[in-house]
Design a protein around this ligand. Sequence first.
Ligand SMILES: C[S@@+](CC[C@H](N)C(=O)[O-])C[C@H]1O[C@@H](n2cnc3c(N)ncnc32)[C@H](O)[C@@H]1O
Length: 250
Amino acid sequence: MENLELLIDLHKHSDRQGPGSDSATERAITLASLDESQRLRIADLGCGTGASTLCLANKLNAEVIAVDFVPEFIEILQRNVEASGLSQRVHPQVRSMDDLEFANNELDVIWSEGAIYNIGFERGINDWRPFLKPKGVLAVSEITWLTDRRPDEIQSYWHAQYPEIDTASSKIRLLEEAGYSPLGYFTLPEHCWLDNYYHPLQRRFDEFLDRHSGSDDAQALVEAEIQEIKVFKEFKAYFSYGFYIASKLA
Ligand SMILES: C[S@@+](CC[C@H](N)C(=O)[O-])C[C@H]1O[C@@H](n2cnc3c(N)ncnc32)[C@H](O)[C@@H]1O
């Protein structure tokens, strides 16, 4: 099995493929001051199996186009959408976030939790902007330094993983430079990482290793996840996901 297939198999059984929570999604909805009386058109990019998609659809009178490039994640979301009776308003799509087919000024909202890093924050906020209507809302969560001073060890770790990691003030500046007006910012609390993401993932390591017994790649994948969890626990004072909410200037 290829590494990507292993990664998908490890993560597809979880409700979330990254840190987050319904209450964080709801807090971002509040900061965005979305008009609940209007039928909004929302794209949820890098939706995974759709935790945020379902929360958006349940909270808002919205049509949600949920995009992810992993067909297995989209299939799971499609099943959950049907089971929740949301098929009329939620449209899961297998597609890459760097090859979107929205028209200019089509969307009221672009949502993306823990996924914009796949094309990079700066590229994502610039490339996606034309799809938003004037005054449309961008809401994205992105790995963020919580302070400008941090130990060399965590600095090098994140620079190897994702060199675009930066402080909130730098990310907000990028949003301003790209033609957005910031509406709000908050960081994801620890339970979004541990209770909602790492602990459910950890509980599935044994069955995953049983399914792939004898696979060095599967073993290496689990070890990398264990290392990531260890790094989070040791250095969580220095980084988290920041949730950025901004509106497109007309
Ligand atoms: C860290 S997960 C977050 C998933 C989900 N938003 C959540 O919070 O549970 C990142 C997601 O981005 C998706 N992804 C990665 N590269 C992508 C791309 N180029 N286009 C679309 N989705 C992509 C992955 O398949 C994965 O579902």
